[in-house]
Design a protein around this ligand. Structure first.
Ligand code: GLV
Length: 374
């Protein structure tokens, strides 16, 4: 009986594999029927030992994620890892995803409908080693019942810390001054040389007041700013009270702040929220910091206001595109500090992000609660 069950199961699987190429081109509705067929087939033959004992297969798009995550996956799953320490080419991803039950990805991969449906109906989970998940087509995942994992919380402190480092580097012109040490620009002490803006007595506006925004606010307090405001869709009275922050509308924040810090998610509502109109309303001494996503800013508009010195300076850990091409005009300006998207780049944090991404996958494959699910 077991023999015939196995033969029959393989036959059905072969048929499913053939219809797969056709179905993936069709609508989500057709795809769902395909998915249903696949899963009912598994339920029907759940006694087939060969099927139930098989390890679930996972594709990992980076070989250089912390080993702790890969080790967790290798114990539980059949793991295939992209071989190079660079983003996996799209064609390779489309090839490798076929037949996988889970995907371990990074923010460098666009996980759209084509990738998701190419995997096949067995795909249960996509887990990204990032707090941002705008690179994943959530709508398609939702409609196909594919669970999505991410890594909030563990990178909050690292990102808040990096934001403070970038703010101080920009406001006190650290990189500009440091260059002078090497290029002969360092002359005997001079009263106006490299004067920047101290944080004391400044009004700081946080655009976004989630986990990271709140931790930035807490780190700002010891620098004694005059006022901290936050701008979000929903007021966060309790969290704001803890750090002495008050709510400001977007218009108030952009026109009153000496320092503006962007720490929100990239969504259709925040996309290019900081455009020409916003930048031209800012104070001349304003310092603009972005450690969230490049897409929240109209970068050409930012370039213009920095060039015309309509605002004082900008500190960016994120840009569009990434990496920024070496001939980008922003790189020619003295009043901008650019970092290569290193907000969460501390060793302990990256270890935890790898571990959580793997645990998210293992949990989803067992139909259990994930550590962090979108
Ligand atoms: C980094 O930008 C992240 O989303 O984790």
């Amino acid at each position: 009986m077991l023999f015939w069950t196995t033969i029959y199961t393989h036959k059905i699987m072969f048929t499913l594999a053939n219809v797969h190429n056709f179905v993936e081109q069709q609508s989500i509705k057709a795809y769902k029927i395909y998915q249903l067929l696949y899963h009912s087939d598994k339920i029907l033959f759940k006694n087939c030992s060969q099927m139930s004992n098989a390890k679930k297969s996972v594709y990992v798009t980076r070989p250089d994620v912390a080993a702790v995550g890969l080790d967790i996956l290798k114990k539980e799953c059949d793991v295939t890892v992209w071989s190079k320490c660079e983003p996996v080419p799209r064609e390779e991803l489309l090839k490798q995803i076929v037949g996988k039950s889970a995907l371990f990805c990074a923010l460098t991969e666009k996980i759209d409908k084509e990738v998701i449906t190419r995997a096949g109906p067995q795909l249960k989970c996509i887990a990204t080693i990032s707090v941002g998940y705008e690179h994943i087509d959530l709508e398609t995942c939702k409609s196909l019942g594919i669970r999505v994992g991410y890594t909030p919380d563990v990178l909050t402190d690292a990102t808040a810390e990096l934001t403070m480092a970038l703010l101080l580097a920009t406001s006190r012109r650290l990189f500009e001054a440091n260059k002078d040490v090497y290029n002969g620009g360092w002359k005997p002490w001079s009263p106006n040389y490299m004067c920047g803006q101290g944080l004391k007595s400044c009004q700081v506006g946080l655009f976004g007041f989630g986990r990271i925004g709140q931790e930035i606010a807490a780190r700002l307090v010891p620098f004694k700013p005059k006022r901290i405001t936050y701008t979000t869709r929903n007021k966060q009275a309790d969290a704001a009270t803890k750090v002495g922050a008050s709510y400001a509308t977007f218009e108030e924040m952009i026109s009153e702040s000496d320092i503006i810090i962007v720490c929100c998610a990239l969504t259709p509502e925040t996309k290019e929220k900081f455009d020409k109109s916003a930048f031209t309303k800012m104070k001349k001494n304003c310092i603009f910091i972005n450690t969230a996503r490049g897409g929240i800013v109209d970068q050409n508009a930012l370039y213009e206001v920095l060039k015309q010195k309509q605002i004082m300076a900008a500190g960016l850990d994120v840009t569009t595109p990434e990496p920024l091409p070496l001939d980008d005009p922003l790189l020619k300006l003295n009043n901008v500090v650019i970092l290569p998207h290193i907000g969460s780049a501390d060793i302990e944090t990256r270890n935890q992000m790898s571990q959580i991404t793997a645990l998210n996958i293992v949990a989803a494959l067992k139909d259990e609660r994930m550590i962090a699910e979108v």
